[in-house]
Design a protein around this ligand. Sequence first.
Ligand code: GDP
Length: 196
Amino acid sequence: PIFRQAVFFQTVADLRDLPGDAVREVAFVGRSNVGKSSAINTLADHTRLAFVSKTPGRTQHLNFFALSAGKYFVDLPGYGFARTPEDIRGQWEGLLAPYLRYRAPLAGLVLVMDSRHPLAELDRHMLEWFAPTCKPVHILLSKADKLTRQAQAAVLHTVMEAVGKINVHCSVQLFSSLKRMGIGEAEAVLGRWLDM
Ligand code: GDP
């Protein structure tokens, strides 16, 4: 594994609290329960790291994990945690949208989607909305262990074809935290983004 020393760094609830010394970071986004925390833990080589994002007071915020000096994985709130439309709007407009649009150290976005239910409406919106940043998106089709080989190949093909029409800066791969599948492929992409 190339990301070894990952440690919890900071929970950010307000844009003013973003780490100023960031060199490069990669943000993880996805619907609740798709396996985002498991994927971060697997890639950060740390069994329980990303589950701190699920502790009270942290689920709505940006959670920073330090990989090495000034390099971070940033766990964004899972879509679907906000209780009301007002919460969603407030969180989106106040924190997430400006972070994703204007954060200079953000090298790219990892979008985690359950390989059995890829490209939900919110995933499509995210891809469309992020496209103007011209920053790359890497899609992890998670829980791939739940699919047969044939179904894996089919979903990979379908998603690749579909996302190319929504956002041209996209790459796609199969992933399983449970079976430790796709780790090298993900590390190669994120390592390139983070210059590690
Ligand atoms: P998050 O809400 O997106 O952060 O998702 P979690 O990482 O907490 O995972 C949600 C559920 O999916 C948990 O019950 C995990 O055990 C399960 N899960 C996560 N990754 C995998 C995987 O690669 N394979 C399988 N079969 N289950 C997984």
